[in-house]
Design a protein around this ligand. Structure first.
Ligand code: NAD
Length: 516
């Protein structure tokens, strides 16, 4: 394969061809990035921030063009691309430009141990070197740039390997970085599929940020572990949404529908398991079906479209397999359930499924498309048990009229983030850590946590008490034992008078410059 086709999923037609990066060139790309990185890291953080601010300005100016390209390549409505990709990326840039320089300042370490009172210590946040970002197609701007911007700000070189389905968006983003003043070898884009991603891991980056499926994430983690390369893994999810009996049903339905069907249902933190407390189950499902029927499926660049196509036919086939296997287990399809071939090759009706057993594929597996399974829970405890019974732990939501109770219950859900009376939007809040538990991933992106994932911690300590002997130095003569014990009593005895009484022995140990 020498070139990759950019395909509009709404029509199945190719609108651009991009030359593929030969696998054997990846090592050289990493070498050039490694050579460019020290010069970039040597520039003051304020200067690096100035370059990235120019990028932010360019992205803002060209937002409409970028949103239209995302819609063309990924299928999502332009209006959605503006809010979930452009606005979020611009906000991440705002956050890191505003807070990054302060967060990257050396941090003083104060020692509590009396044996270390004379020491000054600082933690420095050093760039890791060359960071590889391997990203998926579902949020082709927001996901990679949410990792790339802090990585560049902290002084790293970044090599981006976008999904083979959304190359053009990554290239347009990279073009804006160049225009802003980022040298091409400092932040190159590798064009290709899994084999190019694999080559990037094998070429020995200093860290890999991988976002994608659990199956690929596992391969990346194994290949990286063999080379002692740290990884950040943002993997799949099957996020539960708990609707409690006291919830405002109108809002809960609207929130859940958006969180499930936006981006054609292809969002890592989408609501994928809806759990409704028994007393309001029927009323909730009735409203849900009414609102799902109002969703407008269509081409992303047609104004008024709510739900676009799926990215590829293989994705539709996988959805159909999960749906059919679940229906075979007795589930009822209450809305949708079929393709929409009149619209294009990968359109699927917004679908609601009820009465499914909890070991059916639609409940146990990650479902990446516009299908929403709903179950009833006997009570809140039952809802929490069902929510936690999953191998995923990305995020979750709880809808309730009692916010304080919702926040208490949220602490019991096994997930990286839990929202009360909202769903999924923490990923769009730049200050909030994003990442999963269990099979949903390792590490965090966004906020200060995401910034520090791009740094290595280097501690520098220096001793100012040149006159004092170190109590641990050699000279383990039996006669010194009492003074060493006095030192321990001075430092740790529970009662103050015991500590006072130990001072002479402790001082003898500390001030005696001869071996005792
Ligand atoms: P994918 O795993 O198929 O591909 C992700 C990336 O990995 C692509 O760039 C691909 O080319 C590359 N790749 C494939 N094989 C590789 C290998 N052996 N070595 C290195 N790289 C390789 O995932 P996808 O279909 O693009 O994305 C959908 C998945 O991503 C879903 O499971 C979704 O939940 C998950 N996702 C997670 C998050 C999160 O933040 N947790 C965000 C978005 C998507």
């Amino acid at each position: 394969m020498t070139s990759l086709a950019a395909i509009d999923p709404a029509t199945g037609t190719t609108f651009a061809e991009t030359p593929v990066t030969p696998v054997e060139e990846v090592v050289e790309v990493v070498r050039r990035a490694r050579a460019a990185q020290p010069g970039w890291a040597a520039r003051p953080v304020a200067e690096r921030a100035r370059v990235l601010r120019r990028f932010q300005g360019l992205l803002f100016e060209r937002r409409q063009e970028v949103a239209e390209l995302i819609s063309r390549e990924n299928g999502k409505p332009v209006a959605e691309a503006l809010l979930t990709e452009l606005a979020v990326t611009l906000d991440l840039a705002r956050y890191y430009l505003r807070h990054g320089p302060r967060l990257l300042r050396p941090r003083r370490v104060r020692h509590g141990n009396v044996a270390l009172w004379g020491r000054r210590g600082w933690v420095h946040w050093e760039p890791l070197g060359v960071i590889g970002i391997i990203s998926p197609w579902n949020y082709p701007l927001m996901l990679p740039f949410g990792e790339l911007l802090p990585a560049l700000l902290s002084g790293n070189a970044v090599i981006l390997k976008p999904s083979e389905f959304t190359i053009r968006t990554a290239l347009l983003g990279a073009e804006l970085l160049r225009e802003a003043g980022v040298a091409p070898e400092l932040c190159p884009v590798l064009v290709g599929g899994g084999e190019v991603g694999r080559a990037l891991v094998e070429a020995g980056a200093d860290k890999i940020f991988f976002t994608g499926s659990g199956a690929t994430g596992r391969k990346v983690a194994v290949a990286a572990a063999e080379r002692f390369i740290p990884v950040n893994l943002e993997l799949g999810g099957s996020d539960p949404c708990l609707v409690l009996a006291d919830a405002d049903l109108e809002r809960a339905v609207s929130g859940a529908i958006w969180a499930r069907f936006s981006n054609g249902g292809q969002t890592c933190v989408a609501v994928k398991r809806l759990i409704v407390e028994q007393p309001v189950y029927d009323a909730f499902v009735e409203r849900l079906l009414r609102q799902v029927a109002e969703l407008r499926v269509g081409h992303g660049r047609e104004p008024g479209t709510d739900v676009g196509p799926l990215i590829r036919e293989s994705q539709v086939r996988e959805l159909e397999r999960q749906l059919a296997a679940t229906v075979a287990r007795g589930a009822r399809v209450r809305a949708g359930g079929r393709r929409l071939p009149a619209l294009g090759p990968t359109f699927f009706e917004p679908t609601v499924v009820t009465d499914l057993p909890l070991d059916a594929p639609l409940w146990r597996e990650e479902v990446f498309g516009p299908v929403l399974p709903v179950v009833a829970a006997r009570d809140v405890e039952d809802a929490i048990r069902i929510a936690n019974d999953s191998r995923f732990g990305l995020s979750a939501s709880i809808w309730t009229g009692d916010r304080a109770r919702g926040e208490r219950l949220a602490r019991r859900i096994h997930a990286g983030a839990v929202l009360v009376n909202d769903a999924t939007t923490h990923v769009g809040a730049a200050e909030t850590p994003h990442g999963g538990e269990k099979e949903s991933g390792l590490g965090r992106s966004h906020g200060e946590w995401g910034l520090y994932e791009t740094c290595r911690v280097r501690f520098v300590g220096s001793d100012r008490l040149d006159l004092m002997r170190k109590p641990w130095w050699f000279g383990y003569h039996p006669a010194s034992l009492a003074d060493r014990d006095a030192f321990l009593r001075f430092a740790f005895a529970p009662r103050w008078w015991e500590r006072l009484r130990a001072i002479p022995g402790a001082l003898r140990l500390l001030l005696n410059r001869r071996p005792v």
